[in-house]
Design a protein around this ligand. Sequence first.
Ligand SMILES: [Zn+2]
Length: 67
Amino acid sequence: MPRSYYDNNFGHYDIEDESDVESYRDVQRRSVLKKCEGCGNKVRLLPDYGYCNSCAEKRERGQDLEY
Ligand SMILES: [Zn+2]
C-alpha cells in the first residue's frame, strides 16, 4: 500500500518505494521555513523555491495570485 505524503514544495503524493521515501525525507531536511511569495504563508520550502505548492499550481494555470 502506498502511503500519502505532503510537503509544501510538491504537495500531496503517494510513495510506494522505500527509496522514494528517502528522497522525500531529504527534501524535508533541506527545506527551510520561509514566507511564500504568493500567499505570504510560512511554509517549509527548498531554499531555491519561492512559492508553496498551491501558489505554484495557480501560477502554472496562469491564474493571478490573491494578495
Ligand atoms: Zn503560497
